[in-house]
Write a protein that binds this ligand. Sequence first.
Ligand code: DO4
Ligand code: MG
Length: 283
Amino acid sequence: MKVYRTNNGNYVEDGGKHFRVPESNWDALVTHEDLRTYLESIAATGKPAADFASVRIEAPIGSQEVWAAGVTFYRSRSARMAEAKDAGGGDFYDRVYSAQRPELFFKSTPSRVAGPGSPVRIRADASWSVPEPELTLLINPRGQIIGYTVGNDMSSRDIEGENPLYLPQAKVYDRSCALGPCILVRSDPLPATTPIRLEIERAGRAEFSGATTLAELKRAPAELVGYLFRENTFPAGAFLMTGTGIVPPDSFTLNHGDRVRITIDPIGTLENEVVQQKSGAKG
Ligand code: DO4
Ligand code: MG
């Protein structure tokens, strides 16, 4: 069962059919006491909504904060160690990969999040920018994982590589985070075989593609959520990106006009164009 936030309210998809959700407030919907049962009852009794085909799908976010986990895949550990080596910071990534406490960082406020089909940005003062395709958890205020979406943790590798203390600038800027296209509502974990795929298209041609699976994710989603909720409350719930396992070669950087497609099969595909323009300019 999938739930979409659109310019025309919220919809639930069940068995390939879409139904209008009476609860139009996203925060109220995702903090519902029993979201799954509520959505099932709409699909069981409602009439399919013919207008779903004409709506614009928006990022599935209300007032939730977006957090992210880092260095949760071996591929990310190795890439980060190499990029931070000259600055003397490589060792930190190796240590956090094996440490008991994970790396968690604040990623985005809702206003900085791009939805499906709207642009993500690369910083004008960065020379090495990459997308990071990440399974993203939606967690309710009680710390329960209630669903999954596709996330893109856009990153400026030259900035974080220059000094690990620059991480917030490499990670947090306008449209540096994309989420969507929907929330797959399920409380049980996704199977380890779940594939995550990244495709980057440049001028209509495939420029890079890569894939991984959740079997490569070193930490269980519930463990990451446990750390996030240790000393934080989230009245509207929260998103937690679980880290990247796909890193393009060091010679690759995103360009203005590239298209980034991230697919996690049971959820869907999140596609965004990349722009490099002044922050605040409408994309
Ligand atoms: O520590 C740097 C960020 C790591 C990250 O975003 C990732 O592994 O996905
Ligand atoms: Mg990341």
